[in-house]
Structures are given as C-alpha cells and as structure tokens.
Design a protein around this ligand. Structure first.
Ligand SMILES: *Cc1c(COP(=O)(O)O)cnc(C)c1O
Length: 403
C-alpha cells in the first residue's frame, strides 16, 4: 500500500501505471470521517460529492464499519451455487419497501442496468416474439459504461469510438410526452428512465411524463424501467425518487449508495417481469456476496430508521434555501433543480472555475451536464456543515463571478 506518500509522488507513479481513463484532479483522498475527507497532504475538505452519491451516510459510519468487521470474520464470499443468507435478507428488505417482488444482485450500476436490459429483452421475446426488442431511453441520460449501457446512455460523447454499438436502442427527449407517444410501439421492449437524471445535469422527470410512460408501456406490453442508481436509496428524501410521483415501474436498478462504499448493484422487478429469467439466464460471480449484502442491510436499516428520510427533506429545504439566496445574490438565473440532497445549480458560465475555487477552499462539488453545479452531500449532513459549504460557495462566487 502507498502509505505516507505525498500527492505529487502518487500522481507521478499513478500516471506511469494506471490507465488514463479519468481526467483526474491533482489530489488523492486518504481518510474520511463523517462529512469530511483528507487528502494525502493532510488538507481537509467538506465532501459534497460523497464518492458520487456512494457514501450517502458519510465516511466511517460506525455501524457500517462494525458490519464489515463482523462479516469479514465470518465469511467474505461464497458462490451463488449456494444460498447466501445475507442476500436473502437484503432482498427481503428491498421487496418489503418497494413495488418489487424479486431481486438480482450484481456489483455496479452498469451491471444492474445491463441486467435490466437483458430481462426486458427476454420478457419481450417470451411474451411477444422476436420483433420486440427496442429499448427507448432519454437524451442526456446516463446508464453506465458497458457496451449495452453506454448505448442506452443518450449522450454521444460516451459512445464515440466504440462502434458498432449494440442495436435496438433509441432516444427521446425528457418530459416531451408527444415524442414518447410517437416512439413507443409494438417493437418496444422497455422504456428506461432516471426519475432524476444525475450525470446529465440533475433534471427530474415530470409526474405527467412518468404517467404517460406508464400508460404507453401498458398499452404496448413494454416494461417501464427506472434507473435509481444515483437518485435512489434516500437521496431524493424518499427511499426511491419515483415515490414523489407515485408512478411504479416494472423494473428498477440500484447501486451506488446501497453498499455504503462496498460495491454492489441490484436489479428489482415484479414477479411478472422477473419470471422471464430462468436458471442459467443471468449470473454474476461476486453478485450479492455475503459482505456486500450484509452492508446493504445495514445501510437500508439506517435509511429506513425512524425520522431519517424526513430529516433528509429538512436538510434539503435548508440547503436549497441557502443556494437560492446565493443564486439571487449573484444573479445566476435559472432555478435550483432536484429533490432531497441531489441538487443542481445551473450557472450560465464559469462552472469549472467555481468548482476549482471551492476545492481550493475545502469544498468538494462537481459540474455536470455542461454548466450545472451538482451537490450530493451525505444524507446525514449537519446544518452547520451546510452553512460552511454555503460560505465557501459565497466566497468562490465573490472571487470568480463577474456578473
Ligand atoms: C453512476 C450511474 C450508473 C453507473 O453505475 P456504475 O456503478 O458506475 O456502473 C448508472 N446509472 C446512473 C443513473 C448512475 O448515476
């Protein structure tokens, strides 16, 4: 392990041996506690990015640490050739608290979405025949980086250079009901939607749009899939973001926050949809292993604890108000978007510069979908920490904003 090595050396050694797939910032984080992280030079940051919505309960949560320690001593991994008790327990928790009847576990968001696409294709073929395979997704969406999920992702920049892409995907504009009506037909196997687009810039789907998607899917025998990899698991202030609209899907995918930092992904479905998978149809060596599912149970127990989701909504209202005040002060135009603690502040310019100054000043955020500042703080962030973040943002704007 690289212990006690300073940032400069980590970067030099990293560039020599790690594939150059990320436009990485010149920093390395080595320690975390609650809403705070420390870099290799011992500089401290307020973490409003939380490993991209992964560390939703902050860093070093005592219950997560205890679960990992206990499970590591018992059993880390067994094959899915055998029953895994923790996997059963986590599936029961997810089923008891969602529309779903059955769960399949993988290791990431992309893998969960890959499974959702496969399940929808199997279902369509079994019930309707070979002509029904099309997956409709949204422009500006993000579903992962495997070949099928980057094809599902409605953004050219992720697809370039990987052609030929898998066929049978098409894209429509978010919240344009007429466009969806014009696209869904007998060939449609599924419509795949993030209830709140994350990477695309924090754009929520309208209730009317989800209702239309539900109605069209039912009319044509297609499945409605929600990708709640980023917006799910309490991030929106409800357990699942689609609960704000009351429009239920047939399939839903989860990942990011589910393992509290341990990799895990999940594919949830109704009995009707899930029945399309038979033994041998889908699998994952590490999927649903004893460690990841033990932590998943602990994470869900905390999120489902009394008052937790209400407190997320309270913190959200407090933070949003602060952001709105700043947006007004600096006249950035545009409304704060999002729900709960996935919030986006659109700025007409200088997004990356503001992110950079915030980092210098000890606040981690990023900029998505062009020029939207995105905030994904821990769900248990304290109000005084929100105040500190707002102060840093204020200082950053006062430095770079030219009106
Ligand atoms: C992050 C993300 C994914 C991909 O998850 P990975 O674990 O990186 O494969 C898929 N969908 C959404 C909405 C995401 O935010």
């Amino acid at each position: 392990m690289l212990e006690g090595v300073q940032t400069e050396e980590i970067i030099i050694r990293g560039k020599a041996v790690v594939m150059n797939t990320y436009g990485r910032l010149p920093m390395a984080l080595v320690r975390g506690e609650g809403s705070w992280v420390w870099d290799a030079d011992n500089k401290k940051y307020l973490d409003f990015l939380t490993g991209l919505a992964v560390n939703s309960l902050g860093h070093g949560h005592p219950k997560i640490i205890a679960t990992i320690q206990e499970q590591a001593q018992l059993l880390l991994h067994t094959s899915n050739l055998y029953w895994i008790p923790n996997q059963v327990a986590l599936a029961e928790l997810l089923v008891a608290n969602s529309f779903a009847d059955k769960v399949f576990f993988g290791n990431s968001g992309a893998e969960a979405n890959e499974g959702a696409i496969k399940l929808a294709r199997k279902y369509a073929k079994k019930h309707y025949g070979d002509h029904k395979f099309e997956i409709i997704t949204l422009e500006n969406s993000f579903h992962g980086r495997t070949l099928a999920t980057l094809t599902a992702t409605g953004q050219k920049k992720y697809q370039e250079g990987y052609e030929p892409l898998p066929t049978g995907f098409s894209y429509v504009k978010l919240n344009d009901i007429a466009a969806l009506e014009g696209r869904v037909d007998d060939q449609t196997a599924a419509v795949l939607i993030e209830p709140i687009q994350g990477e695309g810039g924090v754009y929520p789907a309208d209730k009317e749009y989800l209702q239309a998607a539900r109605r069209l899917c039912d009319k044509y025998g297609a499945l409605l899939i929600y990708d709640e990899v980023q917006c799910g698991l309490g991030r929106s202030g409800k357990l699942f973001a689609h609960e704000w609209n009351g429009v239920t899907p047939d399939i839903m995918t989860l990942a990011k926050a589910l393992g509290g930092g341990i990799p895990i992904g999940a594919l949830l479905a109704t009995d009707k949809a899930a029945a399309a998978f038979q033994p041998g149809d889908h699998a994952s060596t590490f999927g649903g292993n004893p460690l990841a599912t033990a932590v998943g149970c602990t994470v869900l127990d905390i999120i489902l604890g009394a008052g937790f989701l209400e407190s997320v909504q309270k913190r959200s209202a407090y933070f949003r108000k602060g952001l709105e005040k700043l947006a007004e002060k600096y006249q950035t135009g545009g409304m704060i978007r999002g729900q709960g603690l996935i919030l986006g502040w659109p700025v007409p310019k200088l997004g990356p510069e503001i992110v950079g100054v915030c980092r210098q000043q000890g606040l981690l955020i990023n900029c998505v979908g062009g020029l939207t500042l995105r905030f994904l703080p821990p769900l248990n962030i304290r109000e005084d920490e929100i105040d500190q973040a707002l102060e840093i943002l204020d200082r950053a704007f006062s430095q770079v904003w030219t009106g």
